[in-house]
Design a protein around this ligand. Structure first.
Ligand code: 2AM
Ligand code: CA
Length: 268
């Protein structure tokens, strides 16, 4: 059994996320001067992503010198403890670049082959979520409510597609959600922000197509504590895999199982 993260470590990671948010905000406030590069069509990376990842990496290495670190912008440090911090310095970079507020810093802990703890900070929304194994999940210090059920008269599904995902797969996913499952859909361009919507009960679940471990490592343990499960089979998932997964109430997962069942992968 994985023990809960110690209180002092929880507080340290929460503070690191807040401080990283301040670094990101400094770039956001000078957005027109922030260098932007392309990792692929519509897949952007900025100096802010790189700066925030460096800040997180240095902070985590100092606080947890024996742990590994794995990040979207290239951080890859093995560690000796068997624990790995999986970070997305800015999830929703496209929104960030366009001046939107739907982006967040995501710090997740992967231990004994599963996500165990996470902190998410969305600076422009003043939302900080914390939670993990053996800990209550909170939003700005307030306990999050347990989630269950699926009311077909107001069913709603968050969706996220990485830019590399073929149009046909996107359309088939949306067709399934709208026609077969009979749900509304919401798409905000940040897996982390969509998973916050799941945590708050604004949608019943989320379908992520083409995303990576750093997009969900913080959110999954927070959600697990409030009754939200995912289809990711971590026994067969590498931290660098591109994923196809669902996350939601058990009733939501049952409804989307024909298109994304437990253990589903992006590659057939
Ligand atoms: P990123 O901002 O960390 O790259 C699903 O939408 C995921 O795809 C997002 O969490 C986002 O993570 C990534 N993504 C990259 N480019 C995107 C784009 N142009 N639109 C939507 N999502 C994008
Ligand atoms: Ca990112």
């Amino acid at each position: 059994m994985t023990p809960p993260l110690e209180k002092s470590s929880v507080a340290a990671v929460e503070q690191l996320a807040r401080d990283a948010g301040a670094v990101a905000l400094r770039h956001f406030e000078a957005l027109s001067t922030v260098p932007v590069e392309s990792k692929g069509h519509l897949d952007l990376v900025t100096a802010a992503d790189q700066d925030v990842e460096r800040f997180l990496t240095e902070g985590l290495a100092k606080a947890f010198p024996e742990d590994g670190i794995f990040g979207e912008e290239g951080a890859a440090h093995q560690g000796t403890s068997g624990r790995t911090w999986v970070v997305d310095p800015i999830d929703g970079t496209f929104n960030f670049v366009r001046g939107g507020d739907q982006w967040a810093i995501s710090i997740g802990l992967y231990e004994a082959g599963q996500p165990t703890f996470g902190v998410i900070f969305a600076p422009l929304r003043s939302q900080i979520l914390v939670g993990g194994i053996g800990l209550a999940s909170t939003l700005n210090g307030e306990r999050l409510a347990q989630r269950s059920g699926l009311d077909s008269s107001r069913a709603s599904c968050g969706v996220g597609f990485h830019p590399v995902i073929p149009v046909e797969l996107r359309l088939e996913t949306l067709r399934f959600v709208l026609e077969d499952a009979g749900m509304s859909f919401r798409c905000c361009g940040s897996a982390t922000l969509s998973l916050i919507e799941v945590a708050l009960g604004q949608v019943d679940g989320y379908l992520g197509i083409g995303e990576s471990s750093w997009d969900l490592m913080a959110a999954l343990p927070i959600l697990d504590q409030i009754g939200i499960r995912s289809t990711v089979d971590w026994k067969n998932t590498d931290l660098s895999s591109k994923l196809r997964f669902a996350c939601g109430t058990p009733e939501f997962l049952q409804a989307v199982a024909p298109i994304v069942d437990f253990g589903a992968t992006l590659e057939p």
